[in-house]
Design a protein around this ligand. Structure first.
Ligand code: AMP
Length: 498
C-alpha cells in the first residue's frame, strides 16, 4: 500500500464513466477504505475488509467490481450474453436494496445489468429479471437458494464473490446456505469479505473462502467513530416512554432512529408515540417488505419523525444526515451497540447516541464500555424539567383524548390508540415544517371544545414521589380506560383551557 495519501478518485485509476458517476454523487475524496481497497480489488486480489457501514465500504468494492467487469458489458438482448459475473451476498433486504442502489448509481454509465433478490416479496418479477440475464446480482441467502433450487439462474460464470456483513450473516444463521452457495461457484474467482467484527467463527469462514487476502482495516476492531458522542440517561423501565417523549420535545429532535430489543416493544413504543402526536413507524421482522420500505422512505424524506427499529431490521440502514440514535433498550449483545450507533456519525458528519438505561441494564453497559474501550457519559434530566414534563404530558394526554373524542364521537371512544396507529399506515405526506406544527398542536388548547361535555372525569393527581408513581399510574390507567362522561372538570385543566 502506498504511504502517500490519495486525495482524489482520479488517483485510483478508475474509468472515466465511474469517475463521472462518483462526482455526480458529490464525492470528492475517497474514504479510507476506498483508498485502500480499490487498488487491491482492481489488481484482482482477495480482500478481508474490517469495516463498518458508514465508512464508504459499499463503493469500495462496487467501483472496482464495475471496472473489472466492464470487459463483459454488451447490449445484446440475449440472456446468454449476460450471465451472473458478480454475486454480492448480504444479510438483510434493506442492505440488499442499498447495495443494489449503489451498483445502479455507480454503474449508470455502464451497460452491465444488475438485479436484486430478497425474500418477503413476490418471486415472479425476480424470476423475470434473472431470466433476462444480469451480470451483477445482489442477494440475500435464503431467496437466492430458492431461485437456485428453481433453476432460475446458474452461478458457474461468477468471477467476483462478495460476502458483505459476514458477522451478521453468521448471527442470522446463514452459514449453511452460504456454504451451499459457495459450492456452486467456480473455483477460480475473486473473493471479497467484509465484516464489522471478527469472532473466531468469522476468521474460520474467512480462511475457507479467501486465498492470500489483503487485510484492510479502516478502524480499530469494534471501534466507534470519533464523530459520535455517547450519552447515557439512567431511567426506570416504567418511565422510559415519558422520558423519551420529553427528550424528543426538549431537544427538538426532528429525525431519530430508536432501537428496541423486541418487535413487541417496538410496536408498543410506536403506539405510545402516535398517541402523543409524534409521527413514527416501526421497522421489524414482522412487518412485510412494503411496510418496511415505506417506513424507511417516509423517514428518509422527513414525513415521519421517528423510526423505531429492532436490531435485525436495522442492519445496513443508511440514512443520510441522521443526527440521533436512541437506544430505548440496550441490546443484549454489545456488538449490536456498535452497529446501532453506527447509523449516525456517517460520512464525516457528527452524531449523537443516547441510551436510556434502567437498573437491570447496568451490566450491559459494562460490556459495551469494555468493547468500545471508553465510558459512556452519564447525564441526568433535570428534576425540575422532569416535573414540568410529567405535568405537561399529563395535560396533553387529556387534551388529546378530548380532541379525539369530540371528533370521533362516543362510538369510537375506546378505539383511539388503535386508530392513530392504523392511520399512520396511510399517513398523508407532509413536510418537516408541518411535522413540527403537527407536534406543537398538542400544546394549543382548542377553545371550540367545551370540556364540560367532552372531558371524561379524570382526577388530577398531584405529582407523586418516585416510589408512589406505580400506584399513581395504576390508578390513573383505570380511569383512562373507563371514562365517565363529565359534569365536572378538574380545576387544573380548566385553568389551562381558560
Ligand atoms: P457505506 O459505508 O457504503 O454504507 O456508505 C455510507 C455513506 O457514505 C453512503 O451514504 C455513501 O453514499 C457515502 N459515501 C461513500 N463514499 C463516499 C465518499 N467518498 N465521499 C462522501 N460520501 C461517501
Amino acid at each position: 500500500m502506498s504511504s502517500n495519501k490519495i486525495l482524489s478518485f482520479e488517483q485510483l485509476d478508475l474509468s472515466t464513466n465511474l469517475l463521472r458517476a462518483v462526482s455526480e454523487e458529490g464525492y470528492t475524496t475517497p474514504t479510507a477504505i476506498q483508498e485502500q481497497a480499490i487498488p487491491v480489488i482492481l489488481a484482482g486480489k482477495d480482500v478481508m475488509g474490517a469495516a463498518q457501514t458508514g465508512t464508504g465500504k459499499t463503493a469500495s468494492f462496487t467501483l472496482p467490481m464495475l471496472q473489472r467487469l466492464e470487459i463483459h458489458a454488451n447490449n445484446s438482448a440475449s440472456p446468454a450474453r449476460h450471465p451472473v459475473r458478480a454475486l454480492i451476498l448480504v444479510p438483510t433486504r434493506e442492505l440488499a436494496l442499498q447495495v443494489f442502489e449503489s451498483v445502479k448509481t455507480y454503474g449508470k454509465y455502464s451497460l452491465l445489468k444488475s438485479a436484486v433478490i430478497y425474500g418477503g416479496v413476490n418471486i415472479d418479477t425476480q424470476i423475470e429479471a434473472l431470466r433476462s440475464g444480469v451480470e451483477i446480482l445482489v442477494a440475500t441467502p435464503g431467496r437466492l437458494m430458492d431461485h437456485l433450487q428453481q433453476k432460475n439462474l446458474v452461478l458457474s460464470k461468477v468471477e467476483i464473490f462478495v460476502l458483505d456483513e459476514a458477522d451478521r450473516m453468521l448471527d442470522m444463521g446463514f452459514l449453511p446456505d452460504i456454504k451451499q452457495i459457495i459450492e456452486l461457484l467456480p473455483e477460480k474467482r475473486q473473493n471479497l469479505m467484509f465484516s464489522a467484527t471478527f469472532s473466531e467463527e468469522i476468521k474460520k469462514l474467512a480462511s475457507k473462502i479467501l486465498i492470500h487476502p489483503a487485510t484492510i482495516e479502516v478502524a480499530k476492531q469494534n471501534s466507534v467513530s470519533d464523530l459520535i458522542s455517547h450519552v447515557l440517561y439512567p431511567v426506570d423501565t416504567k418511565r422510559k416512554q415519558e422520558f423519551l417523549v420529553g427528550l424528543i420535545s426538549q431537544q427538538a429532535l426532528e429525525q431519530v432512529l430508536i432501537f428496541t430489543r423486541t418487535k413487541h416493544s417496538a410496536d408498543r413504543l410506536v403506539q405510545q408515540l402516535c398517541r402523543r402526536d409524534i409521527t413514527c413507524a416501526a421497522i421489524h421482522g414482522d412487518r412485510n417488505q412494503s411496510q418496511r420500505t415505506k417506513a424507511l422512505e417516509d423517514f428518509k424524506q422527513g414525513l415521519i419523525r421517528i423510526l423505531v427499529a429492532t436490531d435485525v431490521a436495522a442492519r445496513g440502514l443508511d440514512i443520510e444526515d441522521l443526527t440521533h440514535v436512541i437506544n430505548f433498550e440496550l441490546p443484549g449483545n454489545p456488538e449490536d451497540y456498535v452497529h446501532r450507533i453506527g447509523r449516525t456519525g456517517r460520512a464525516g458528519r457528527k452524531g449523537t447516541a443516547i441510551s436510556l438505561v434502567s437498573r437491570e441494564e447496568n451490566k450491559l453497559v459494562a460490556s459495551i464500555e469494555k468493547l468500545i474501550g471508553f465510558k459512556l457519559k452519564v447525564e441526568q434530566m433535570d428534576r425540575k424539567d422532569e416535573l414540568e414534563l410529567e405535568q405537561s404530558l399529563d395535560f396533553n394526554a387529556k387534551t388529546e383524548a378530548t380532541e379525539q373524542k369530540s371528533k370521533s364521537g362516543v362510538r369510537n371512544r375506546n378505539k383511539n390508540i388503535h386508530s392513530s396507529v392504523r392511520n399512520h399506515e396511510n399517513i398523508v405526506p407532509f413536510n418537516k415544517g408541518q411535522a413540527v406544527r403537527n407536534t406543537n398542536r398538542k400544546n394549543k388548547t382548542n377553545k371550540n371544545i367545551d370540556p364540560l361535555f367532552t372531558e371524561p372525569y379524570v382526577s388530577k393527581y398531584p405529582v407523586m414521589a418516585e416510589n408512589d408513581s406505580k400506584l399513581h399510574r395504576a390508578t390513573h390507567r383505570q380511569h383512562a380506560r373507563k371514562p365517565v362522561p363529565a359534569l365536572f372538570i378538574s380545576p387544573a385543566i380548566r385553568n389551562k383551557v381558560d
